[in-house]
Design a protein around this ligand. Structure first.
Ligand SMILES: CC(C)(COP(=O)(O)OP(=O)(O)OC[C@H]1O[C@@H](n2cnc3c(N)ncnc32)[C@H](O)[C@@H]1OP(=O)(O)O)[C@@H](O)C(=O)NCCC(=O)NCCS
Length: 221
């Protein structure tokens, strides 16, 4: 069993802990040591049966363990990129976690540090980068490219040949028309129907999706 630390103790991190249990139920693989979280008030607590041990810097000290960074909400979806930059760990320290119920085609690939939750489908020649969060029931179709640190919330569906650039957040249930680009660190609102390219660092939402406001993400760590 390989020791594993999950950075973050919020919703997505807890979902990832459950994913680790599901992998272990199939085949004992990970020794889940606990969560790391930069909120000191959480240290010493237990979430869903998993202890919150310390701050994220503990990942550097515990160099025998694999790590996965599971922070990020629509309010601060650049946090994963900031934490990974700050920790400065070599690539081989990062785990890649895929739920046993996900359907991954042979011609698709997933980068290090990425997490793929239950019932996700990657149909053909889908490229998912590093440290990407793919939430339940996301459907990625032929030739989609999802950049590093992107987040695809539950139920997102990308038509073929869509590019989601690094750091972008696609909200739950959004649909993206074929061959479009969602720009780097853009935010697509829940339930949106995206019919045009979305420029980087802009928030778009609605049916069809329209510009709402500039994004307010902080990418510098
Ligand atoms: C798009 C979003 C970021 C906007 O949030 P915000 O900046 O706080 O904006 P507000 O809620 O003040 O809304 C601004 C306007 O956009 C509209 N709007 C917000 N979200 C919308 C959406 N998803 N679809 C259509 N219109 C939306 C609001 O009704 C409001 O319109 P108005 O000015 O005519 O009243 C947010 O609503 C959203 O969709 N976040 C993603 C949520 C998600 O997917 N969570 C998944 C967690 S796993």
């Amino acid at each position: 069993m390989t020791p594993l630390l999950i950075v973050g103790a919020g919703g997505f991190a807890r979902e990832t802990a459950q994913l680790v249990h599901a992998i272990n139920d199939d085949s004992p693989t990970w020794e889940l040591l606990g969560h790391l979280d930069d909120d000191p008030a959480k240290h010493g607590t237990v979430v869903d049966g998993v202890p919150v041990l310390a701050g994220s810097d503990e990942a550097v000290k515990q160099d025998h363990a694999q790590v996965v960074v599971c922070t990020g909400s629509p309010r601060d979806y650049a946090s994963r990129a900031r934490i990974v930059a700050r920790l400065g760990l070599p690539q081989e320290r990062y785990a890649t976690l895929v739920h046993p119920s996900a359907s991954l085609s042979r011609s698709s690939s997933i980068g290090v540090g990425s997490v793929v939750l239950a019932q996700v489908v990657l149909t053909a020649a889908v490229t998912v980068g590093a440290h990407v969060s793919v939430m339940p029931h996301v459907t990625l179709t032929h030739d989609d490219v999802v950049g590093d640190f992107a987040t695809l919330a539950a139920g997102v569906r990308l038509a073929g040949g869509v590019h989601v650039e690094p750091g972008a957040y696609v909200g739950s249930g959004a649909l993206v028309r074929e061959a479009l680009t969602v720009g780097s660190y853009a935010l697509v609102g829940m339930g949106s129907v995206v019919t045009r390219d979305i420029p980087r660092r802009e928030v778009w939402a609605g049916v069809p999706a329209r510009f709402i406001r500039p994004a307010t993400v902080t990418t510098e760590h």
